[in-house]
Write a protein that binds this ligand. Structure first.
Ligand code: HEM
Ligand code: SF4
Length: 558
């Protein structure tokens, strides 16, 4: 993984030092909250419903055990003993005291982490496939180029006051586990006919108020052109992007208003100018970064112990079936640790749990951890024969829930529990759904089904791309939950369609149950997933199940 250079370390130390002085001025009253706001946002510090909230970047979701332990230490020393992993490979601390934030930032700097550009109208934390460098289906590791983009975009003088925030995601696998189509720029590494790699560039995707799927701006951009091309795209938007209306400022609106062909023309024009400014140093940097992401030395590992445990132990088998993914090296596996134990807050990990995960990574996993955009933790490089022991350790700490990709593996934004913008709760709805289906014992039978929940139209919980999406709104002071069906985050990302009128907080879990029951009735066999059934039959039968029975129940109750 990437290690800071002296320049990086000095840069972060200097930023922390400046911020410490700014915090002191806020505390002694020489800065008002309004004056302080732009300064704190430059360091990832928000003011939320109950307290300040600090958002820390986990670049392309990659952490080592020392970094994870430091997050545990911060959670314990300066927060309430836990942290919240988000859909953008960040961790949020919800309860820091303002006076402690400079110390927290120094603690982060000790392990080469920071909170710069996790807020504001800048290029945010660059996210990537959480199986990067490990996945069997990978064309190339997306992290070196994500790191290059991070270095290029951090404190980029022209891109500190963009029309709005700007999000870039990179995937190196055809499976696209980085939701590239829902980002301002999505990069997909593709193989060229000559066996090299190129970048498919998507632009103008995004969720939020006006959700859109990204459009292909360039089908196969040569690697050497990538940075100048990105520079051109962001420059074009920086000039064209709407600054008069916050709701129309994202690049997705710019692309929509001008059309992808016109945007391409302008980008090409700008690219002709920017290209000459890039003399190749970026490619040298990329080569150096790439050497830091060299894969660990995989052994010729046996799998006998794994297979024996798989045969013998049904609990281990269920976990292995749901939570393991194919690794590129024989004898190895990728394991996902679910932060979605039934009834818990999705994405939360206690300090003790963070330490357990760090210990496992150090002892068994080449010291590597990943955070997924689905709010789970990934151990990318495990020997299969170590998995029974790892599973036993995870079980002791409520980290072995076998539900990855299942109905209780719910993405949920903080909603009304923490977020100042929320119009409804998200976390309790997620908890109730997970608890309900756990009680019914139908989770394994239902199979792959992704539910995603947001507490307002900003869509931080990715509800538009959930197979079942739930959007919490406020209807005259009462929480109301709108359902969308058929969204998907994969290579052919799709936005879900609204079913119709929403449901109250009391009605939403039974409503989800009716949809799931309909699926169980309608599927051709156990192998047909919810999404496949929906795609085959469309909305109508689900809508009927959802509303006809609701009407019946209301009529009976009247
Ligand atoms: C609690 C503090 C938060 C605030 C104030 C906040 C604010 C916002 C706003 C205003 C938008 C809409 C932006 C736009 O379309 O222009 C947004 C989008 C988004 N946020 Fe958050 N958010 C917060 C927390 C989170 C969390 C916890 C997550 C992950 C769980 C998250 C991930 C996202 C994502 C994925 C989007 C939509 C993707 C897109 O930008 O198109 N945010 N957020
Ligand atoms: S979706 Fe809305 S409620 Fe949820 S975190 Fe984002 S801004 Fe807050």
């Amino acid at each position: 993984m990437y290690r800071y250079t002296d320049f990086d370390a000095g840069f972060v130390a200097e930023r922390n030092c400046q911020f410490r002085a700014q915090v002191e001025r806020r505390i002694d009253g020489s800065l008002t909250e309004d004056e302080f706001k732009p300064l704190r946002l430059m360091n990832g510090l928000y003011l939320q419903l109950h307290a300040y909230m600090l958002r820390v970047a986990i670049p392309y979701g990659t952490l080592n055990s020392g970094q994870m332990r430091q997050l545990a230490y911060i959670a314990e020393r300066w927060d309430k003993g836990y942290g919240h992993f988000t859909t953008r490979q960040n961790i949020q601390f919800n309860w820091p005291e303002l006076r402690d934030v400079p110390d927290i930032l120094d603690a982060l700097a000790e392990v080469e982490m920071h909170a710069i550009q996790t807020s504001g109208n800048t290029i945010r934390n660059v996210t990537a496939d959480h199986f990067a460098g490990a996945a069997a289906d990978e064309v190339a590791d997306p992290r070196p180029v994500a790191e290059l983009i991070r270095q290029w975009s951090t404190d980029h003088p022209e891109f500190q006051f963009l029309p709005r925030k700007f999000k870039v995601a990179v995937t190196g696998s055809p499976e696209d586990r980085a939701v590239t189509a829902a980002h301002d720029i999505g990069l997909r590494i593709v193989e060229t006919a000559e066996g090299g790699i190129a970048y498919r560039v998507l632009v103008g995707g995004g969720l939020g108020r006006t959700p859109m799927i990204g459009k292909v701006l360039h089908d196969a951009l040569p690697e050497a052109d990538l940075l100048p091309y990105l520079e051109a795209v962001v420059s074009v938007w920086n000039l064209l992007g709407r600054r008069d209306n916050k709701y129309k400022s994202r690049i997705k609106i710019t692309v929509h208003e001008h059309g992808i062909d016109e945007i391409r023309r302008l980008v090409e024009e700008r690219f002709a100018e920017t290209r000459t400014a890039f003399t190749g140093i970026d490619q040298e940097m990329l080569a150096a970064i790439r050497s830091q992401f060299a894969p660990p030395a995989f052994e010729q590992a046996s799998t006998g112990a794994f297979e024996a445990a798989y045969e013998r132990d049904p609990v281990f088998r269920a976990w292995a079936d749901a939570n393991l993914a194919a690794h590129r090296a024989p004898g190895y596996a990728i394991a996902q640790i679910s932060l979605k134990a039934h009834g818990e807050t999705p994405g939360d990990a206690s300090a003790a749990q963070m330490r357990v995960m760090a210990d496992i990574a150090e002892r068994f996993g080449h010291d590597e951890l990943r955070i997924s955009h689905e709010q789970n933790v990934v151990l990318p490089h495990l020997r299969k024969d170590d998995l029974p022991e790892i599973h036993a350790i995870l079980r002791e700490h409520r980290l072995a829930t076998a539900n990855i990709g299942k109905i209780s593996d719910i993405i949920a934004c903080p909603g009304m529990d923490y977020c100042a913008l929320a119009t409804a709760r998200s976390i309790p709805i997620a908890q109730e759904i997970a608890t309900r289906f756990d009680a019914l014992k139908t989770e394994a039978d239902i199979g792959d089904l992704k539910i995603k929940i947001s507490g307002c139209i900003n869509a931080c919980g990715h509800h538009h791309v959930g197979h079942i999406g739930i959007l919490g709104l406020d209807r005259a002071g009462v929480e109301n939950y709108q359902i969308t069906l058929g969204g998907d985050q994969g290579p052919d990302a799709t936005l879900g369609s609204r079913t119709g009128p929403g449901f109250s907080a009391d009605e939403i879990v039974p409503a989800i149950e009716r949809i799931v029951d309909a699926y169980l009735d309608l599927r051709e066999d156990r192998n047909e997933t919810f999404l496949e059934t929906y795609r085959r039959l469309g909305m109508a039968p689900f809508k009927a199940a959802l509303y006809d029975k609701a009407e019946e129940a209301r009529a009976n109750a009247a």
